[in-house]
Design a protein around this ligand. Structure first.
Ligand code: R5P
Length: 297
């Protein structure tokens, strides 16, 4: 066997979907935690190429596990390590915004790039970084769009009420416009001023007609739900109905999801990059298309 997919126990379901899409078998890394909190991964038998499936939400524990496992895969004889990380952590701090802060993006990307030969992610949160290829080497980085998988999910769910695709801030423009293009729909982005980590102020141009119109609110990340909550309130006030939320990465808990529904969202769905009750859109196809070349090396 020249390639195999490995995952950690909590991500067996999406990793199995990826392995199936690639026609590869799946091995599960066992993890042992010592009483003092340190952990020890034990990787199963490797192959020439190991595709490690590990989404990097809740990153502080996952990163350490992954870096240790990468060493173990090499010791098991893997000569090519490919990381499939649908969510890539620590991309927000892509600049030193205030004196005394680190450049977290560079630190974390550098650690991963020294352990893996290739890193594949989806809708990476790159605001000031021009492209994923600007992240540190020597690894080859690939940033895949979730829009085709999201469009396939949404298409049969369009209500035909002159649907408008809305992004909550100018930074979401790229995701919003590519999804709108695939759906053949118009789009608009709101303007956003962040007040605190969990609250924002949004504005929608006065000439945008929302009344009795289906709105699909789209973003790369929903975390505290502050952005989406404010967007739902604003759009509902302007008469939008129904309002459906779709995000690539659901970094929230169920409390946030229920709060958004209570605020007026009809549905909130995400890809399966992070485990949540909203994770309805599998990324296995998108990842497998990019990783197919790894199976024939
Ligand atoms: C910001 O640039 C991102 O695209 C999201 O809008 C943001 O991370 C959402 O965070 P929250 O859910 O905490 O408002």
């Amino acid at each position: 066997m020249s390639a195999i997919v490995h995952c950690f126990p909590d991500e067996e379901a999406p990793a199995q979907r990826l392995a199936d899409a690639l026609g590869l078998s799946l091995g599960v890394v066992q993890t042992h935690r010592f009483p003092d909190g340190e952990m020890l991964p034990r990787v199963p038998e490797a192959a020439h190429t190991v595709i490690a499936y590990r989404s990097l939400d809740r990153p502080d524990v996952k990163l350490m596990e992954l870096l240790l496992a990468a060493d173990a895969w090499r010791r098991r004889g893997a000569t090519r390590l490919v990381l499939a990380a649908p969510y890539l952590c620590y991309m927000r701090q892509d600049a030193v915004f205030n004196a005394g802060e680190p450049l977290s993006q560079g630190v974390v990307a550098g650690l991963l790039a020294r352990s893996f030969d290739r890193i594949v992610t989806v809708d990476a949160h790159l605001h000031r970084t021009r492209g994923i290829e600007d992240l540190p080497g020597p690894a080859r980085w690939s940033n895949l769009p979730a829009a085709p998988a999201i469009a396939a999910y949404l298409t049969p769910r369009m209500t035909g009420k002159q649907t408008l695709v809305v992004g909550p801030d100018s930074e979401s423009g790229a995701w919003t416009s590519s999804l709108a293009d695939l759906l053949g729909l118009p789009f608009v982005t709101l303007s956003k001023t962040r007040v605190t980590d969990t609250s924002v102020v949004l504005a929608l141009p006065a000439d945008v007609q929302c009344n009795n119109r289906q709105v699909v609110l789209v973003d790369d990340i929903c975390s505290s739900g502050g952005t989406m909550g404010a967007a739902v309130a604003l759009l509902a006030e302007r008469g939008a109905d129904p309002i459906d939320i779709v995000v690539t990465h659901a970094l929230f808990d169920d409390e946030v999801r229920l709060r958004l529904i209570k605020a007026g969202a009809r549905t909130i769905v995400s890809t399966d990059s992070c485990a949540s009750d909203a994770a309805m859109i599998p990324l296995a196809g998108v990842l497998a298309d990019a990783l197919a070349e790894e199976t024939s090396r």
